[in-house]
Design a protein around this ligand. Structure first.
Ligand SMILES: [Zn+2]
Length: 246
């Protein structure tokens, strides 16, 4: 039986998570969204892992800023969305909906999940029950609509929420506490949200990460998945853009 993917968070900037993904059987290691090269290279080195591929979800610099330096240090191939080809530094392998990437024997399908940016993709390792979702879905939240429409983002989130319950969603930021406070404001009668907010406050006070999340948790407590339709989603997203917790 193939060994499970080892997935390690590398914190960067104020609240980014860069993900190292290692397959012990093949010795292959991918880094997802290396906004900064140095911390990723240090962590891979410390573990004796050699980075063989760079997987980008979208073009934003806090996800791609380390691409060229990681490539220069390791020779890793830079892989990312075809739809953002001109804006992803060093892009060598351009991916579209339905394409596949592999880390050893672990295979991901590429999903186009527009909304945060127009070309944003997710890497869905179906058999592993793992998905790298970039800035599309966050724990109890979703990315801002910089390029796409509410309809696009609402559709992208619904699609991710349709994955099996136990799928772990690896997003790119630790935004969960602020997201949970907004969720409790938007859905004050929702008991699951209230309980999750309390557990997130505890986790953050103890300095613990709240990522990855799971599809089941998001379906129950993500306000943007609880939206009735795209119109309700759009209203919630606009309200969140200016929301400040007390
Ligand atoms: Zn982004």
């Amino acid at each position: 039986m193939a060994s499970a993917l080892e997935i390690v968070a590398v914190p960067a900037f104020a609240d980014n998570y860069l993900w190292l993904v290692h397959d012990a059987d093949s010795g292959e290691t991918a880094v997802v969204d290396p906004g900064d090269a140095a911390p990723v290279l240090v962590e891979a080195d410390r573990r004796g892992w050699r980075i063989t591929q760079i997987l980008n979800t979208h073009w934003h610099p806090d996800h791609t800023g380390g691409n060229l330096a990681v490539k220069e240090a390791t020779g890793a191939a830079i892989i990312g969305p075809a739809g953002e080809g001109g804006r992803v530094p060093g892009l060598a392998v351009a991916l579209n909906e339905g394409d596949h990437v592999s880390i050893g024997s672990h295979q991901a399908e590429v999903w186009e999940v527009p909304g945060h940016t127009l070309g944003h993709i997710a890497y869905v390792f179906g058999e592993d029950r793992v998905a790298f979702v970039g800035d599309t879905m966050f724990a109890m939240g979703c990315g801002r609509l910089f390029e796409g429409t509410p309809e696009q983002m609402h559709g992208s989130l619904a699609r991710l929420a349709d994955l099996p319950d136990d799928t772990r969603l690896y997003c790119a930021h630790e935004y969960t506490l602020a997201n949970a406070q907004f969720a409790a404001h938007a859905f004050p009668a929702n008991q699951a949200i209230g309980e999750r907010l309390a557990s997130i406050v505890t986790a953050r006070e103890a300095g613990r990460s709240t990522v990855p999340t799971t599809v089941a948790e998001e379906r129950a407590t993500n306000p943007f998945l609880l939206a009735r339709d795209a119109g309700h989603f759009a209203a919630l997203r606009a309200e969140k853009d200016s929301f400040r917790s007390a």
